[in-house]
Design a protein around this ligand. Structure first.
Ligand SMILES: Nc1nc(=O)c2c([nH]1)NC[C@@H]1CN(c3ccc(C(=O)N[C@@H](CCC(=O)O)C(=O)O)cc3)C=[N+]21
Length: 318
């Protein structure tokens, strides 16, 4: 009897070519050139975009990430401050620093690197950041703005994924998108952005019994699980777009995503690599949000909210 696997495989060989790489480094370079040009225009008008990055504790991966963020700011002509604190910093001391940065007119974005030490409540910290400076898009109000299709800061990773999908030139209207993962920072906002782009969206997660059943229907798959080889070739419809948000290590200690890249790239039409895909775009969209925060202040002629506000309307929103 003819094996069904073989006939599916033959179909894939007949109808698809190896996937096109979606290059997050190249797209980042292009977008950062635009960001730098807009920052220069603002600077000429007397306003340099500024980002404050706060790191609490010694986590080595976090150290690398925040250094990359600060370096990226310098490259596009932003002002940036990196504040590093010992792991035993009190929650109140951190909240006090955020209050000072909320009131600082040279600062247009505030990023507190996650994860925080256990004795600090991350949601208290996130909600202390002025909504006008929440360039991570992590606050409850920013999340609500996304749900309600209101302008506001979109979380950087899913926002970057949308830009990567845009490069394919494929219109998402009516396409079936499957998001794997339901985190507040990636999976959930990713699903909402895809929905806003008129895709039909399915969210799969750890309690989904048959992941492949869903992913095989998908025109677009975004894998944001944090476990390598979660998506393999037989789970992908020929011609699908695959975006890999994962950041894992393989047995050799090399950085790898959630997707079996070698296998899936034989089936997909477009695929992002790890590294060099979503990661650089996360930083690029952080720069974009910070730039837009500064542009809003400049256009409105008002200083950004001087205090934490969960509730007050965002000033200067276009
Ligand atoms: N408040 C907050 N905001 C964040 O946006 C945030 C955070 N906390 N905590 C940690 C995660 C992780 N994250 C990454 C950003 C860029 C790369 C990145 O540039 N990755 C490179 C490779 C880097 C390497 O080689 O290790 C790439 O994929 O090509 C990775 C990870 C932002 N995060």
């Amino acid at each position: 009897m003819r094996g069904s696997y073989n006939s599916v495989f033959a179909q894939r060989r007949a109808f698809t070519m190896p996937a096109q790489l979606i290059d997050g480094v190249l797209l980042s370079k292009q977008l950062r050139e635009d960001i730098a040009a807009r920052a220069a225009t603002l600077a000429a008008a007397g306003m340099q975009p500024g980002l404050a990055v706060i790191l609490v504790g010694e986590d080595p991966a976090s150290q690398v990430y925040v250094r990359n963020k600060v370096k990226a700011c310098g490259d596009v002509g932003f002002h940036s401050v990196l504040e590093k604190y010992e792991a035993d910093l009190s929650e109140q001391a951190l909240l006090d620093r955020i209050a000072a940065l909320n009131a600082d007119p040279a600062v247009h974005g505030i990023l507190v690197q996650m994860p925080l030490p256990k004795h600090i409540d991350p949601s208290k910290v996130i909600e202390a950041i002025s909504t006008a400076k929440d360039v991570d898009g992590y606050s409850v109000l920013s999340a609500g703005e996304l749900v309600a299709n209101l302008p506001g800061f979109r979380p950087c990773t899913p926002y970057g994924c949308m830009k990567l999908i845009e490069t394919t030139g494929i219109d998402l209207r009516g396409k079936h998108a499957v998001v794997i993962g339901r985190s507040n920072t990636v999976g959930k906002p990713m699903a909402l952005l895809l929905l806003q782009a008129n895709a039909t969206v399915t969210i799969c997660h750890s309690a989904t019994p048959d992941l492949g059943y869903h992913t095989r229907q998908a025109d677009v798959i975004v894998a944001a699980v944090g476990r390598r080889n979660t998506l393999t070739a037989e789970m992908v419809k020929p011609g699908a777009i695959v975006i890999d948000v994962g950041m894992n290590r393989d047995d050799a200690g090399k950085l790898c995503g959630d997707v079996d890249f070698a296998g899936v790239s034989e089936v997909a039409s477009h695929i992002t690599p790890v590294p060099g895909g979503v990661g650089p775009m996360t930083i690029t969209m952080l720069l974009m949000n910070t730039l837009e925060s500064a542009e809003r202040v400049h256009t409105s002629g008002q200083p950004p909210a001087g205090q934490a506000s969960g509730m007050e309307p965002k000033p200067g929103l276009a």
